[in-house]
Ligand binder design. Structure first.
Ligand code: 5AD
Ligand code: SF4
Length: 478
């Protein structure tokens, strides 16, 4: 699609660069811009951002549709963290280009990290794109869509102060509400594009967040998941992340509290104490490791050594004995030797994470590491990835096996898609659990005796082992 889209550059207008075109006003006043199809890629922060966008759009009188064929505008909320994520969106744009060929009035917008990353190139090269809007431009989305109906528009200015704290997201249905507490990142890991696509770190005021928590609890959400690129560096000037967790503990209707993803260097005793003392805060931490080799960690600018990382793990395990730990690891980073990789394997075997997201290093333009010549071939990255996946899968299976014979508390999320007579949900440790439908209503807690386990799922007594579970991605950089 992109090659077909290449060609003569188009004229575009940045925000504020042009008055609203008369034709665009015509589109809104004639009521043609009514329905928006919004599709989300990437991490949970993007899911939360899409809920924010949905709130902004509906507030302006637009409606959301889940059928692109019915839409007047298509918005893709995108991810730029790895090259593969961008390729997927470019592929999807091809589908929408065909739709637009049949309906030339259709507005196509790219939002989110990829929009910020590729900026005007998307308008100039991908000729089907009418709107490019970065993560700090969502407040003016209705206006931008309206203008994009007349001429290509880009809003890619990062705004140090934009938190969207005053806006109410339109949440999907379910038991779990995602609440963004902090946007942007100041850590500048050398492989990571996020500081360039999402800008500087900023926290939402605690009062705004508690209002969001109360609204979500009032609407029936029972689990609150706080999100941020480095969520534990949250500070609104007066309150830190531990204060936010403790205040949320007191909100009526909330049964469970989670957060993701923290940065190991910002882990505080106050936070660990809050987790140990507040019963609603779930005993699970996603603690991105990235590598267990100090040489690699230093080149990644992760700001910790493996010894300091492990000290954090030990603090958690001492304070909260039943805690589950998950992580992110990148294999094949520039300069990663066989010995560095072995150090990571050895550490994974020793620490025994409950689960892990494992990635091949993908060089990202704008980042510091992008300037370094890669030293690990794609084949070798693949080999290292497979080895680590096999290793972790065995560990995850063993750790889940250890739950067999025990009882777990499950917050029921729904019934199995293929097996309607089964219910599913998560244990406090964020493990998938399936069990026979005993009539426990969605959004309430069940006690389930674990009779079997796989590397992905705990199986309740009487349930069948094959029940599939959709695991929401709990993965944000950090
Ligand atoms: N290549 C591969 N993985 C990456 N991540 C971030 N940037 C890159 C990259 N350039 C991974 C990290 C992070 C997770 C969200 O994505 O492991 O924690
Ligand atoms: Fe920030 Fe996480 Fe990216 Fe590091 S990996 S720069 S902490 S978002």
């Amino acid at each position: 699609m992109v090659s077909q889209a290449r060609g003569q550059a188009r004229h575009w207008h940045g925000t504020g660069a042009a008055p609203v075109a008369a034709r665009a006003r015509g589109v809104l006043s004639s009521g043609r811009m009514k329905r928006v199809f919004l599709e989300t890629y990437g991490c949970q922060m993007n899911v939360a951002d899409s809920e924010l966008m949905a709130g902004v759009l509906e507030g302006a009188g637009l409606t959301l549709t889940d059928r692109p064929e019915d839409a007047d505008a298509i918005l893709l909320n995108t991810c730029a963290i790895r090259e593969h994520a961008e390729q997927r969106v470019l592929g999807r744009l091809g589908d929408f280009a065909r739709l637009k060929a049949r309906r030339p009035g259709l507005v196509i917008g790219i939002a989110g990290c990829m929009a910020q990353h590729l900026r005007r190139r998307l308008l100039e090269e991908a000729r089907v794109v009418d709107l490019v809007v970065g993560p700090d431009g969502y407040r003016s989305l209705p206006d931008l869509l309206m203008r994009a109906a007349a001429e290509p528009v880009a809003h890619v200015r990062l705004d140090r102060d934009e938190t969207y704290g005053d806006l109410e997201p339109r949440r999907g249905r379910g038991t779990r509400a995602w609440i963004t507490v902090q946007r942007g990142c100041d850590k500048f890991c050398t492989y990571c594009v996020v500081p360039y696509t999402r800008g500087r770190e900023r926290s939402l005021p605690l009062a705004d967040l508690l209002r969001q928590v109360r609204t979500a609890a009032g609407a029936g959400f029972r689990e609150i998941v706080f999100l941020g690129q480095t969520v534990n560096s949250y500070h609104d000037g007066a309150h830190d992340f531990a204060d936010l967790l403790r205040a949320t503990e007191d909100v009526e209707g909330v049964l469970r509290i989670r957060y993701t993803s923290p940065h190991p260097s910002d882990m505080s005793e106050r936070l660990i104490a809050a987790m140990a003392e507040c019963p609603k805060i779930c005993p699970h931490v996603h603690l991105p490791l990235q590598s267990a080799s100090n040489a690699v960690l230093e080149r990644m600018n992760r700001t910790y050594t493996i010894e300091r990382y492990h000290a954090v793990v030990e603090r958690f395990r001492a304070a909260i004995p039943e805690i589950a730990l998950s992580t992110d690891v990148i294999v094949g980073f520039t300069g990663e030797t066989e010995a560095d990789f072995e150090a990571t394997c050895d550490y994974m075997k020793a620490v025994r994470f409950d689960s892990a997201f494992l990635f091949k290093y993908s060089a990202r333009p704008d980042t510091k590491a992008f300037r370094w010549t890669e030293t690990v071939s794609e084949d070798e990255k693949g080999r290292r990835l497979t080895r680590l996946i096999d290793l972790q899968q065995a560990i995850s299976a063993e750790r889940n096996d250890a739950w067999v014979g025990r009882e777990v508390e499950v917050l029921v999320e729904g019934s199995g898609r293929r097996q309607a007579d089964q219910l599913f949900g998560k244990s406090p440790q964020f493990k998938n659990v399936v069990f026979p439908d005993d009539g426990t209503p969605v959004g309430t807690l069940a006690r389930v005796r674990v009779a079997g386990a796989t590397s992905q799922t705990l199986i309740g007594a009487g349930a069948r082992a094959t029940a599939p579970i959709e695991t929401p991605l709990l993965q944000i950089s950090g």
